[in-house]
Design a protein around this ligand. Structure first.
Ligand SMILES: [Zn+2]
Length: 417
């Protein structure tokens, strides 16, 4: 079995074909969750999987499962998956690589007529990115019971809160409001291949990153309340301008991330501003922000600095600033058996590997709640840039990662005689 390998050209071809759905002028993809483009990518995946002989099912949050039956259908399936949605003006590799690795390894099993003992399922999770609907990793979180289905189906379109569809409406529109209950069944194991989305593997010339765990992150909404007033006549000294106070806070958030060594990260990527019109001093802002670090104590110190900065800026600017934590992530440790298997498989296949931590969220994280779960990374080229049209991964790196997935799946699912 060791000598079987996936078809690199075919893998690359599927990646590029999906990438043409919602393709951007700069060579990326714009395929937000549950849009028409997402629907087209899903349709293509379902067609390919049915052609490969799989039974395709869709659950009530729109997760897609393509099942290749095992010799013993009563065994829990080995799952491989990721996501097909992108951020606005995103790349052709984030998420798509993990799904197409699954498509390719399944086609390779078919080419060789290899039967597995346990079933193998290739999964497309709904709304991993969290750009159009919050939270990120929505589909996998509902699957494992971390989020309630009804709450998620009611989720509003962040990018068009007034006229946009809810998650439930958008699923129905693209034909992916499935009838299968979400989760509640046994999963044998979950594997996910993903692009690194940073430069470390490229810099170290590593082919396959064994993801052992994650950074720790806390996410907050900072609500800044100033006072609405006319922009012209109001004397500068009387103003309580929420946007000016927020600007000071954003600079502090950036400083905090830079002052905690190479593993410090801080972000303030999204704001909602009221009333957001010319002529009126901004009265109220909700700013999304987060702090991240590989070391838990360092992350807590960063949070302390963020809270202190918010208090100091509020006092100096005459505004109110409150911080509400809305999400926490990590420290995740992927399942030791899965880590061992992936590391051994990659080494046996002759690839240069290294242990690595993920700094981003992935569907493999919620899956830890219900089964042994693990990930491999492949290098991001173009300086490691991701969530950008320029995102790029070499075909040989994708092939290396997919071969590791193929053999890890065979090891977990078992080869039937
Ligand atoms: Zn992703």
């Amino acid at each position: 079995m060791r000598n079987i390998a996936i078809n690199t050209d075919r893998l690359w071809g599927t990646m590029m074909e999906v990438g043409r759905i919602g393709e951007t002028p700069g060579g990326g993809s714009h395929r937000l969750a549950l849009t028409e483009e997402d629907g087209q990518a899903r349709d293509l995946f379902c067609r390919w999987m049915r052609e490969a002989g799989c039974a395709v099912s869709i659950d009530a949050i729109g997760n897609i499962f393509a099942r290749r039956e095992g010799r013993d259908p009563s065994l829990p399936p080995v799952m491989v998956g990721s996501h097909l949605d992108t951020v606005p003006m995103g790349g052709k590799f984030d998420g798509i690589a993990g799904v197409m690795a699954g498509v390719e390894l399944l086609r390779t099993l078919n080419d060789r007529a290899i039967a597995t003992t346990a079933p193998v399922e290739i999964v497309v999770w709904t709304n991993e990115e969290g750009s159009r609907y919050s939270p990120f990793t929505m589909g996998s979180q509902v699957f494992v019971g971390q989020q309630r289905l009804a709450d998620m189906l009611a989720g509003r379109d962040v990018l068009d809160p007034t006229h946009g569809d809810t998650v439930g409406q958008a699923l129905a529109k693209i034909g992916y409001a499935g009838t299968v209950p979400v989760g509640g069944r046994k999963v044998g194991c979950y594997f996910e291949l993903h692009v690194e989305q940073g430069p470390s593997m490229m810099d170290a010339d590593v082919q396959v990153g064994i993801v052992v765990g994650s950074f720790v992150a806390r996410y907050f909404i900072a609500t800044i309340v100033g006072e609405q007033a006319h922009v012209g006549p109001t004397p500068m000294a009387q103003r309580k301008d929420a946007l000016v106070a927020m600007s000071r806070l954003v600079l502090e958030i950036d400083r905090i991330g830079r002052s905690h060594g190479p593993d410090g990260r801080s972000n303030a990527p999204h704001l909602e501003l009221y009333p957001n019109v010319r002529g009126v001093i901004p009265a109220r802002i909700e700013l999304s922000c987060d702090v991240r670090h590989s070391d838990h104590a360092s992350m807590l110190r960063m949070e302390g600095e963020l809270r202190a900065a918010a208090d100091a800026i509020a006092a100096a600017s005459g505004v109110d600033i409150s911080l509400r934590q809305y999400h926490e992530f990590g420290p995740v440790r992927f399942h030791p058996d899965v880590i061992d298997l992936l590391r051994r498989t990659a080494t046996d296949l002759g690839y240069r590997t290294r242990d690595i931590l993920t700094i981003a969220g992935h569907d493999a994280v919620p899956m830890l709640d219900v089964c042994p779960s693990g990930m491999v990374f492949v290098a991001s080229r173009a300086g490691g840039i991701s969530h950008n049209e320029k995102e790029f991964t070499d075909r040989e790196d994708l092939a290396a990662g997919t071969n590791v997935m193929l053999h890890a799946v065979l090891a977990r699912a078992g080869v039937a005689d």
